[in-house]
Design a protein around this ligand. Structure first.
Ligand code: HEC
Length: 102
């Protein structure tokens, strides 16, 4: 009994931090990059100021690395496998144009 509740709470914790999770959000065909970011990402990535969406480390501050990041996720970030094609390009362009690189 005790063992299973410990197990349950560690699962709940994993779900909370979104470990290896996948998010099935699909952007509308005409969504702008800004719209996708504010719908799918700001839950975790609060915009810093009106004009700065994110602070990006140098290694993700390019289009391919950005798309790879949000399409595949990471240990702590869910993957967004349905942000593809032009929508993925618009989201990556928006981030590159509106982020600071540290
Ligand atoms: C459930 C919370 C969550 C959501 C939703 C989320 N992220 Fe993340 N994201 C994280 C966490 C936590 C990290 C830091 C850990 C890491 O880099 O894997 C991160 C890191 C990143 C990074 C790397 C930043 C850097 O400088 O290394 C990028 C880029 C990113 N997210 C983009 C996005 C985009 C775009 C979306 C929306 C499509 C999104 N995230 C949605 C939690 C989230």
């Amino acid at each position: 009994m005790k063992k299973s509740s410990v197990l349950l709470s560690s699962f709940a914790l994993l779900a909370l931090v979104g470990c290896g999770a996948s998010n099935d959000y699909t952007p509308p065909a005409d969504a702008t990059g800004e719209r996708i970011f504010s719908t799918a990402c700001t839950e975790c990535h609060k915009p810093l100021r009106g004009d700065v969406a994110m602070i990006l480390s140098e290694k993700v501050a390019n289009k391919d690395a950005l798309k790879n990041k949000f399409q595949n996720g990471s240990m702590r970030m869910p993957a967004f496998p349905n942000i593809q094609g032009e929508a993925a390009d618009r989201l990556a362009d928006y981030l590159l144009a509106n982020s600071e690189v540290k």
